[in-house]
Design a protein around this ligand. Structure first.
Ligand code: S1T
Length: 542
């Protein structure tokens, strides 16, 4: 089999369902094989950051591999930020970059798209991927592909494959099928016993579920474990929505400084917090590491289980959860706080729109017509999403980059076939919103809510006395028809409710609902986040 075709067959066998990309002369031979073989559908976008965000979202939605194919240099280096987000947020994204062939690499002169040296790009990608391979030897290429795709699945992190353009038609052998790395069952059982002993002895045991539970497809097993332990169970922002429809003792989403006080108390005051698949980080949306009592917490992450002064070095989350379910019994000491209800009943009047009105209107829309998967960008739209009922949500909840909103929503629709709701600020829309021009070509029809406060509003919440955070009014809705969609410019709550209903009723087009928001209006969660952060900063000794 030819290498290009073998690589596509392997991507599909390891779980990929589509490819996003932008070609270039170093990638033309591979793109031609993608199109002619039709092993995986190809969606070309307009700018490599959009390619990375869309591919990442597709992988997250299916808990399988996302695939981004780009050209060498200008293409691949343009996509580093989305891959960095995938690394930070444990998303299994496969980057396939074209590259110079052996003959041209040996010319001894600089090539177009080359930076410092021919391997500079790979060195950059070493820092944002967990495994890398250069397919320049037909004898080793199949095993290299298997090694790297296995790493993507088992580490749930991005990987880098460099495919020189003169290797695409090289004859190669079969790529080995996926074979799971055998877990250390004995270690997992010993660890589970120690955890149960800790939970039984604690006064305020609690369970916190993180992103790895979703990435490794363990949601049903974790719901069963939560029920058996009968422990107050919170999810971090990035695990938001798991257990939503189960009868597990779910208390809601833990958002550190931006979250509900009773959920923060249950998590941050626990004397035995079992954290499964949680990214520990500084105080943004992730777990506020400073607030968690690390002496009594138990943290299972990245195939390791850490206690205060010792750890189990090689216990997969899957093996640990199986071992815990086998011995779990109720350990709750106090009644579980109720899950907070979500705001509904949007007003339909002439008042200006605040972020909380948008959450209400969306919850009402979902009650009337069913839930949609959501893609949220960074900014107050992400904080507003916290007040929307549980549904599949992709968002940069830890890495916190702007830009994923629109392209990730397109990736969601490509991967799921479901119409997504996209929530994005005007600043982030300026970055990647124009990918909507690819909707007609691909049959995508998102409903896009643009929070237009004519500002980098989140930054203004920290520095209200600055002018550089003010943005011009770009009138995004007026541009929708020229991109093949429909546009609504909304200034009142009544117009918002009507525009949402009209957009939802037209499944044949994407709709931009541009919502004009007064500059001083921010969501409840963002207000909590900024005011608490300001207090903490003020209280910190100089
Ligand atoms: C790619 C990129 N550039 C810069 C930033 C910094 C940044 C924020 C975070 C703190 O790093 S929030 C924010 C403003 C976002 O403005 P907009 O999209 O209009 O949304 P809103 O008005 O709701 O804030 C910026 C510039 C970022 N997160 N990502």
């Amino acid at each position: 089999m030819k290498l290009g075709h073998a690589l596509l067959q392997a991507l599909k066998a390891y779980g990929a369902s589509e490819i996003f990309g932008i070609p270039g002369d170093f990638a033309l031979p591979f793109f031609k094989v993608i199109e002619q073989s039709n092993v995986l559908p190809l969606h070309c976008l307009s700018h490599e950051p959009g390619v990375g965000f869309a591919a990442d979202a597709a992988g997250r939605y299916n808990s399988k591999l996302g695939v981004a194919a780009v050209t060498y240099g200008a293409g691949a280096l343009n996509m580093v930020n989305p891959v960095a987000m995938a690394y930070a947020e444990k998303s299994p994204l496969v980057v396939i970059s074209g590259a110079p062939g052996a003959r041209e690499a040996g010319l001894g002169m600089g090539l177009h798209h080359q930076v410092k040296r021919l391997d500079s790009q790979r060195l950059v990608y070493n820092e944002v991927t967990c495994a890398q391979a250069i397919l320049n030897d037909p004898a080793t290429a199949p095993a290299e592909i298997a090694r790297v795709l296995t790493a993507a699945r088992e580490r749930s992190r991005p990987v880098y494959i460099e495919l020189p353009r003169d290797m695409v038609d090289a004859e190669v052998g079969e790529v080995p099928a996926y074979a799971e790395t055998p877990p250390d069952i004995e270690a997992a059982q010993a660890c589970a016993q120690e955890i149960m002993t800790r939970l039984k002895a604690a006064e305020r045991p609690a369970l916190l579920l993180g992103v790895e539970v979703r990435r490794y497809g363990l949601e049903d097993k974790v719901a069963a474990l939560s029920r058996r332990l009968a422990l107050p169970t919170a999810t971090t922002f990035m695990a938001r929505g798991i257990l939503a429809d189960s009868d597990a003792p779910l208390i809601g989403t833990y958002l550190g400084l931006a979250g509900e006080p009773e959920i923060r108390r249950a998590v941050e005051r626990s004397d035995a917090l079992l954290m499964l698949g949680v990214i520990l980080c500084d105080t943004n949306f992730g777990v506020s590491k400073r607030q968690i009592d690390q002496r009594s917490a138990i943290h299972a992450f990245d195939r390791e289980v850490r206690f205060a002064y010792h750890n189990y070095p090689d216990v997969s989350l899957h093996a640990l959860i199986d071992a815990l379910i086998a011995i779990a019994e109720p350990v709750a000491k106090a009644p579980t706080p109720a899950t907070p209800d979500y705001p509904r009943g949007a007003s339909s009047d002439g008042n200006p729109v605040a972020p909380s009105d948008i959450a209400r209107a969306v919850n009402d829309l979902f009650d009337r017509h069913g839930r949609m998967p959501i893609s949220a960008d960074m900014g107050d739209c992400l904080f507003t999403a916290m007040d929307i009922v549980y549904t599949e949500l992709v968002a940069p909840g830890y890495y916190a980059t702007m830009g994923p909103g629109v392209p990730a929503g397109l990736g969601l629709q490509a991967a799921s076939g479901r119409r997504p709701l996209i929530m994005v600020g005007d600043g982030a829309f300026q970055m990647t919103g124009w990918e909507l021009g690819n909707c007609v070509h691909n049959g995508w029809t998102p409903i896009v809510l643009v929070f237009n406060n004519c500002a980098w509003g989140m930054l203004k919440a920290f520095q209200s006395d600055t002018r550089y955070n003010d943005l011009a009014d770009w009138h995004f809705a007026d541009m929708a028809p020229s991109l093949g969609g429909r546009g609504h410019r909304v200034t009142t709550r009544a117009e918002l409710v009507a525009a949402l209903e009209e957009a939802h009723g037209d499944a044949g087009h994407f709709h931009i609902v541009e919502i004009m928001i007064p500059r001083d209006e921010i969501s409840r969660a963002l207000d909590r986040f900024t005011s608490t952060l300001k207090e903490k900063t003020a209280a910190r000794p100089a």
